[in-house]
Ligand binder design. Structure first.
Ligand code: NAI
Length: 295
């Protein structure tokens, strides 16, 4: 709300995932003349879409920009937590070349469960197929074209939890998926699974994840997102006193690797975001609507 005034005199604003666009903020933007909200992201869980509709504002996203950027980062997190790349580097930095603490596991032959096989989940499935993994998937809208390309079996969520050694989340955050990965979900999983989340933090109940780490249900977690990330991701908070206790606790586990919502950050993805954002704005300017309008 403090930065709404920056849009004074503008008809459109460009928002990223860390920018809130709740009812109050949309109302204030509307009051100063903003009619178009151009999202530079795929996800739009940070926008009160109903309020925008009610105000008659247009909202468009960037539905696709290099799904490989996020899928490849998910693979990077999986390999890094499993093969202890960060710890290995730290030991090397101090001249400790022992490898006793660095044992990982082969991905080949493991069962990988993918929640959401849209553009990113599909790309991730193809990467994991290349590693020789067995693939399970859950998606309310199964992608049969993917099944004609690789060996992947759609199962119920319960079955995915039961049989997967690795679970990677690629569904959107919405009312159905908030805290989808909760105490009850962890209770259905194999012991020692590796959990990867490059989708949205709030799909996982972080407190339940911490319990699952304590109990050994989760052996490794690789996370690019965190449910309260908006408080500090993308900012330099080194000199701020009040930390986020839940995040500090999560980060205290040596088997948890967190990156700061950087999965999308590749040259190709940024170019795609910029091009689609400009074309959304041009379409609005020319005809008042655009192909990526959310409604
Ligand atoms: P997409 O719309 O192509 O695919 C999402 C898939 O999830 C669809 O197939 C849909 O049917 C499925 N889905 C919906 N509800 C589900 C549920 N309850 N359980 C399982 N699957 C469900 O979206 P895309 O491009 O693959 O992106 C997925 C998510 O990744 C985005 O919503 C966004 O939150 C996140 N993302 C994260 C980025 C990062 O930098 N960390 C960057 C870009 C996207």
């Amino acid at each position: 709300i403090q930065t709404v005034h920056l849009a004074n005199g503008a008809e459109a604003v460009g928002l990223f995932t860390s920018d809130a666009a709740n009812a109050e903020i949309l109302g204030s933007l509307f009051d100063i003349g903003v009619r178009y909200v151009c999202l530079r992201s795929v996800g739009y869980d940070h926008v009160d879409v109903e309020k925008a509709k009610h105000l008659g504002m247009k909202v468009a996203n960037v539905p696709e920009y290099s799904p490989y950027s996020v899928a490849e980062h998910a693979a990077a997190l999986l390999l890094a937590v499993n093969r202890k790349i960060v710890l290995g580097q730290k030991l090397m930095d101090i001249g400790d070349y022992r490898i006793d603490a660095l044992k990982g596991f082969d991905l080949h032959g493991k069962t990988v469960g993918i929640i959401g096989t849209g553009k990113i989940g599909r790309a991730f499935a193809q990467i994991m197929n290349g590693f020789g993994c067995n693939l399970l998937a859950y998606d309310p809208v199964p992608d049969h074209t993917l099944q004609s390309l690789i060996n992947i079996t759609y199962v119920s969520l319960k079955e995915l939890y039961k049989y997967s050694d690795v679970i990677s989340i690629h569904c959107p955050l919405n009312v159905n998926t908030k805290h989808l990965i909760c105490k009850e979900a962890f209770a259905c999983m194999k012991k020692g699974i590796t959990l990867i989340n490059t989708a949205r933090g709030a799909i996982i109940d972080t407190m339940a994840l911490i319990d699952a780490l304590d109990e050994g249900t989760v052996g490794f977690a690789g996370l690019d997102v965190y449910e309260n990330e908006k408080r500090f991701f993308f900012e330099d908070v080194r000199y701020q006193k009040n930390g986020d206790d839940l995040f500090i606790q999560l980060r205290s586990y040596p088997n948890v690797l967190v990156t700061g919502h950087q999965a999308f950050l590749t040259h190709e993805a940024l170019t795609g975001i910029a091009e689609t954002t400009v074309s959304n704005l041009n379409e609005w300017a020319e005809r008042g609507y655009c192909k990526n309008d959310l409604f």
